[in-house]
Design a protein around this ligand. Sequence first.
Ligand code: ADP
Length: 324
Amino acid sequence: MKTIAVLTSGGDAPGMNAAIRAVVRTGCQNGMRVLGIRRGFNGLMNGDMYEMNLRSVSDIINRGGTILYSARSPEFKTDEGLNRALRVCKENSIDGIVIIGGDGSFRGARDLSLKGVPCIGIPGTIDNDIACCDYTIGYDTAMNTVMEMVDRIRDTTESHDRCSVVEVMGRRAGYIALNAGIAVGATSILIPEVEFDIDKDVIETMQKTQRTDKKHFIVMVAEGVSEKIGGVERLTKYIEEKTGVESRATILGHVQRGGSPSLRDRLVGSQMGNYAVHILMEGKGNRVVAMQKEQIMDFDIYEALNMTKSIDLGLYKTALEISI
Ligand code: ADP
């Protein structure tokens, strides 16, 4: 391994910079040339890259986003796009690439690996929706951001005896909604993994708590559920009609992706970046770095993409029992 490259792809996540920093520093410390590729697979296809050194990653560990920028690149999925990327790898003598992103980016990593460029994926996504990992980079910061934002919403919700319906990110996965929902004391939490009935799980729960004198409410809705039920605005109107409680909808949106990464995201990003370069040095490719039970490990990308994981239903039951 003489030259390695690093890129970030798909949705950005706080902590990606910590991973980039660890990749660059581990590479440099081990005598390698490290190239930073800008804007994910787009940059790879276009040869948009620069040589990085120990100092090019100074002062980034505390910054959200990604200094390498990220992008979605439909063209890369075509044979022509992949061949262009392979040509660029050859022209720049790239012996291996660390790809920080989600499932989609790992599919790209798999394609490149199969064509002879060893790639290692690092899970960077706030949704925590990577099956082989208990934990993905960005998840902790996003949950804490949601908690802080909803705490603010709660102040005004409480002052006006209102109900706030809050939509948080998570199209396929309800990890943010469930964990942050418990942390902010939500009355109801709706996530894609658990079947629900609005009348029973939201309206009746609110009415039950009204009888014990509760006057303000938080209803936490994962994005995937919101899409399914026609949006949180609609749910909010329905709650107001049925319960008589003045209700407001808030979609937290992209604020959840930003901000200075938490300690955990900086730490796990650093560990995974360091680990990724070491397995490249061992001659491995087509692997995803993962964290299970606090241990860093790696899996074959193909196997990782075929794994499934389920949300902690015990946690969901806890939420139900203490929400009233
Ligand atoms: P994420 O990596 O966060 O899941 P995307 O699904 O948008 O984000 O994927 C990021 C990029 O990875 C895509 O723009 C594309 O270039 C590449 N990619 C996604 N799916 C595939 C695929 N099936 N085969 C090859 N490359 C893919």
